[in-house]
Design a protein around this ligand. Sequence first.
Ligand code: ADP
Length: 448
Amino acid sequence: MPFRKVLIANRGEIALRVHRACQEMGIQTVAVHSTADNTAMHVRLADESVCIGPPPARESYLNMAAILSAAAITGADAIHPGYGFLSENASFAEMVEAHGLAFIGPSPEHIRMMGDKIAAKDAMRRLGVPLVPGSLGALESLEEARAVAEEVKYPVLIKAAAGGGGRGMKVARSAEELEEAWRVARTEAKAAFGDDAVYMEKYLDRPRHIELQVLADTHGNVVHFGERDCSLQRRHQKLVEEAGSPVLTGPERDELGAKVTAALRQLGYRNAGTLEFLWQDGQFAFIEMNTRLQVEHPVTEMVCGVDLVREQIRIAAGEPLGYDQAEVRFNGHAIECRITAEDPESFAPSPGRVEMYHAPGGLGVRVDSALYSGYVVPPHYDSLVAKLVVHGATRAEAIARLRRALAEMVVSGIRTTLPLHQAIVADPEFQAGDYTIHWLERFVAGMR
Ligand code: ADP
C-alpha cells in the first residue's frame, strides 16, 4: 500500500473520484468540507471528515492552514488536491511537503513554472515543442505590442501570463482594436490574478483544441496516454471532450507524443500533466501546460483502460509507472459531457434542491457525479454537477450510446445543461466531427 491515509483537498465529483481510487487501493480517505457541504456525498463516503470553514472557498477549500491542520489531526500521509482550488498553487505544494506529507502532484518548481504561461512557453520552446507565433516574453508597452502584432499579423490575442479559465484574454482584429484589447486584458488580469503581465499570440481563426495526457514517475519514465479533443467550448471553457480526436491519425499522435515525452523527461517532470495545443492545418502549437488532473481525464481512462488517479498516487509514493509506452493501447472512442447546474439557454446559475436524480447505466456508460435525490446544490462553487462519459468501439457507437444515455438521465428540481448536450449530440456537424473551437459558440447563438 503506497499510503495509509489520503486527505482529499476538494469537493464535488472530483473528491469522489479520488476517494474511489483510494478505496480500491485499500487507502483510507479524509474528506474536508465547508459548512455549505455538511451533507455532500464526498463527506458521506469518506472514512473521516473535517469541517475546515465557512462556505466562501477562500475561507475553506482555499484555506491552506485549515487543510494542513486537518491532515495533522487525522494523521493523513498524503494530500490529493483534485483540480481547481489549490491544485496549481505551488506554495501549497511546498507547505504540504514541508509538513512531511506527500503532495500527489508535480514538484512545486514545475507547478510554478507552468503557472506562468510566459515561462511555460519559454521552457517548451527551448525543449523543441512548437508554439503559437507571438511575443517571446511579456509585453512591456503598447508600442511593443504594436510591433509584435505587425510582425505576426492581425488578428492577435493578448493573454494574461497568470491566466486561467479563459480570463484576461482579448482579441484585436486590427491595429485600431489593439489599444482597447491591451487595456482590457491587463485590467482583467490584474483584477483576476493580481498580476497584469500579458503576452501576445497570433489569434488562430479555425483551430481545434487538442491536448496530450502525460504521466511521469520519479525514475525517469514518461509515458503519454494519447490526446483529447476539447474544441467544444463556450467562452474558452470546455463543454464536451473526446478521446481520440476525430482529426488525428495514429502516426500524428505518435509523433506529438514522442516530442512531448522527450521534453518532459528532459525537464524532470513528475506525476500527471497535460499539454494543451491548438491544431490547425495539420500543425500543433503549444499554448499551456496544466500541472494537475484535468476535469476531462475520464475519456482517456476509458480509451486506455488506465486509472490515472491510481497512477498519480503510486507515483507520489515513489513507485515506478505501471506502464511503458508500448503497453499503452488506444481502444475505441470515448466522449464526455460536462453537465452543469445552469440554465441551458441563458447559462444563468441554477443552484437549489435536486428533487430527483437518476443516473444512466448500461455497457460503456460512466457517470462521475456527487448528486443524489434531495441534495441541495450550493451556490458558492463551480456549477459542474455531473460528467457523463461513454465509450464505444467506434466514434459512431459512442455517439449512439451518448444519445441513449442522455435520454435516460434525470436531474429534476434544478435546471441543467442536459438539453444543450442532447442538441449538440443530435447535430450532423458534431456527428461528422467537423468543428473548431468556434463551433459551439455559434451553435448556442443559433439555438436562442
Ligand atoms: P486558459 O488557461 O484561460 O484556459 P488557454 O491558453 O488554455 O487559457 O486558452 C483557452 C482557450 O482559448 C483555448 O482552448 C482556445 O479555445 C482559445 N485560445 C487560446 N489561445 C488562442 C489563440 N492563439 N488563437 C485562438 N484561440 C486561442
